[in-house]
Design a protein around this ligand. Structure first.
Ligand SMILES: Nc1ncnc2c1ncn2[C@@H]1O[C@H](COP(=O)(O)OP(=O)(O)O)[C@@H](O)[C@H]1O
Ligand SMILES: [Mg+2]
Length: 363
């Protein structure tokens, strides 16, 4: 998986700019607010069809313009493909090799990226929905049908909740309970399976970075009693909570309410981790995501590292530099100055100034 080139037109701070990338290492340097992160976000959008964070489409389009475009040449197992994303107010059109893709989720999973962002620490210390979203997104990379199930689940949940104010119970409710149980059960089972695989790698990587013999766990705390038949247990729980849910006006059990958290030597990190522990865990988590992608899909994801080195101490930096030095896939890394990044191999350096790439230097 390699991004050969990208053309931006009215995307964020860019007017028109073409980048031709190195197949291994791309270093994007520049002062603050020049467009480094915007370039990484364009790459992310191209590969995953999502920006870094959920934002309104207008925010992605250059101020004052009505349309933004990202076009990229991506090389994968299926050869060289041109992916073109056209952003207009509220509408995102995706084209593959010149043809409109009517079912964009079908494209997912072809081009994998792993991001290293300073906000990764929120996965450790932030609210539970961040971790649910993270784990679900990771499953979608390996099993695109998970995205379809998440959408079906949300729809069934909204339909169930909509019945409460109207006082409707009976067959209509039973039908939605059935759907929530069936799809919700699948979602929970996949999450538990993924977490089991991720946990082993996470503990190993945490120990490598910290040099400590620490026990790391990822705990899945379901909002209902979990046994050997998740689907039936969730349905049973929905029936048992009907009175309570009706009173509250929402559904209080199911994967949308399940908790996921990390523990370090048995202690919940979202509450008690020190800043240092959380940073180490966030880095270990991303390194584990890279490893798991390679194990499951047999290919190296594209790495996007945004301003990460400024956040890390020497020990964590050493670990990260080793990871990128030995990495066989394509890497994009941003920094204020190219001198900040230790990397001995061949690379291409882009210096960004006010949304323009200044003459490129090969090193
Ligand atoms: N839709 C947009 N139109 C024009 N400028 C934008 C848009 N979105 C963000 N920007 C600008 O992009 C700049 C930030 O770019 P960014 O890539 O985050 O910089 P950095 O080089 O620090 O990573 C800011 O000045 C911001 O105002
Ligand atoms: Mg930035």
């Amino acid at each position: 998986m390699i991004i050969r080139s990208i053309t931006l037109k009215n995307f964020r701070s860019y007017k028109t700019e073409i980048f031709t990338f190195h197949e291994r290492f791309n270093l994007i340097s520049g002062e603050n607010a020049q467009g480094k992160t915007n370039l990484l976000e364009a790459i992310h959008l191209l590969c995953t069809l999502r920006p870094f964070k959920q934002v309104r489409m207008e925010e992605l389009i250059n101020f004052g313009e009505v349309e933004g475009r990202i076009k990229g040449e991506l090389e994968s197992d299926s050869g060289l493909n041109e992916v073109h994303i056209i952003l207009t107010k509220g509408v995102k059109t995706v084209k593959l090799n010149g043809k409109i893709v009517y079912d964009p989720p079908k494209l997912l999973g072809r081009f994998n990226v792993v991001t290293f962002l300073s906000s990764d620490i929120d996965l450790i210390k932030g609210p539970p929905q961040d971790r649910r979203r993270y784990i679900d997104a990771l499953i979608c990379n390996f099993k695109p049908e998970h995205l379809i199930d998440l959408k079906l689940y949300l729809r069934a949940l909204n339909q169930r909740n909509a019945l409460f104010p109207r006082g409707i119970i009976g067959e209509a409710l039973d039908a939605w309970d059935e759907k929530i149980g069936e799809v919700g059960g699948k979602i929970v089972k996949r999450r538990i399976k993924l977490i089991e695989r991720l946990e082993t790698l996470l503990e190993k990587n945490y120990r490598l970075i910290s040099g400590l013999d620490t026990e790391i766990k990822i705990q899945y705390k379901p909002s209902f009693k979990l046994g050997s038949n998740v689907i039936e247990e969730l349905k049973k729980e929905l029936r048992a909570r009907l009175y309570l849910d009706k009173k509250r006006g929402h559904t209080s059990a199911g994967p949308h309410r399940d908790l996921i958290h990390f523990t370090i030597n048995g202690i919940n990190t979202s509450v008690f981790a020190s800043q240092g522990e959380a940073k180490t865990l966030a880095l270990a988590l991303k390194a584990s995501e890279v490893e798991l992608t390679r194990i499951v899909l047999g290919r190296s994801p594209i790495l996007l590292l945004d301003d990460i080195t400024s956040e890390l101490d020497d020990r964590r930096k050493g670990y990260l530099y080793r990871l990128i030095e030995e990495y066989s896939g394509q890497i994009f890394i941003t920094a204020i100055s190219s001198k900040e990044i230790r990397h001995s191999g061949e690379k291409k350096v882009f210096h960004i100034k006010a949304g323009r790439a200044e003459p490129i230097a090969y090193q």
